[in-house]
Design a protein around this ligand. Sequence first.
Ligand SMILES: Nc1ncnc2c1ncn2[C@@H]1O[C@H](COP(=O)(O)OP(=O)(O)OP(=O)(O)O)[C@@H](O)[C@H]1O
Ligand SMILES: [Mg+2]
Length: 328
Amino acid sequence: MFDLSLIGRVRIGVLGDAALDVHWYADMKKSELSRETPHYPLPVVREEFSPGAAGNLAANVAALLPGRLDFCGVIGGDWRGELLKKEFSRRSIGCGGLVAEPGRFTNAYCKPMRMGISDVIYEDPRIDFSSDMPVSHVAEAAVLDWLDKAEASLDALCVCDQFEKGCVTAAVRARLAEMRIPVFADSRYRIGLFRVKNGCLKPNEHECAAALLSLGAEPSEDMEENGRRLRELTGSDILLTLGENGSLWISEGETVRVPAVKTAGEVDICGAGDTYLAAFACSAAAGAAPEEAMRIASAASSVTVRKLGTTGTASREEIAAVMGNAHE
Ligand SMILES: Nc1ncnc2c1ncn2[C@@H]1O[C@H](COP(=O)(O)OP(=O)(O)OP(=O)(O)O)[C@@H](O)[C@H]1O
Ligand SMILES: [Mg+2]
């Protein structure tokens, strides 16, 4: 079995669109009808913050205890940005590459959670803060500068391009295509526009089909064929994740299929892709071959899908426990 402690030597970066996830727990037993408006207010008794989007990818990398972890992204100069920095620091995620742009919103997804007399927790409509401002040239230049430094001082880079108007701009993508260190890229809307020399692109089945369409190719029912087509069109190796159907590695002349780790009982698939990418990138950067890295990543994501009601992360110990059992 691959020695997961080798991840402890890896110097890795995460570049992308970070957000703050907020949970506000309101104890409705304490609520009293407002005198000014015909409403029962939500008396918040507990609040929880965690890094979301690219921040969740970084939290998943952090849970694997790499030798060094640096984050780069563009946020706003607001309270949400400050809280995000605090959450990053708590997880030993380097914030030196966080660019705070005046006037920009730090994205945040705030969930009011109502608690009452029974155990039922009721989630109210989310309150979203979303930036719809394109990243300025100044902020983009700071990201490009960071990439120059990353190339010189890191072993690998993960990318999480999640927002419509995020920090992974066309110029940043063009720079990523030239990076000499491996780049492991995930993108919600644009994976077909990424190119990497080393590393890979990580679409899920829907993102792969959408990428083919955007590149003028017709997706088929056969996922392997879609992945192979995306590889031809992008010239980049493809790591195609297929949810409970596992994952496929497609490089020139090689296809590897690894099944998902079977999990009994209820699952929460939220964030499975981030855990998978974090574990794959860290193990590949530590020297694991693609198939080995896929097995580690499948084990890691099976850990987080079993953590209900939270995006969650997987530690090396948790991964080793799953892999040990799988080998019995
Ligand atoms: N129900 C499941 N049981 C076990 N493993 C799972 C399950 N769902 C997903 N996985 C594992 O997680 C990996 C990534 O899942 P998936 O393909 O859903 O990623 P994704 O669509 O990028 O996820 P996300 O919604 O986080 O972006 C899969 O390849 C598989 O190994
Ligand atoms: Mg995904």
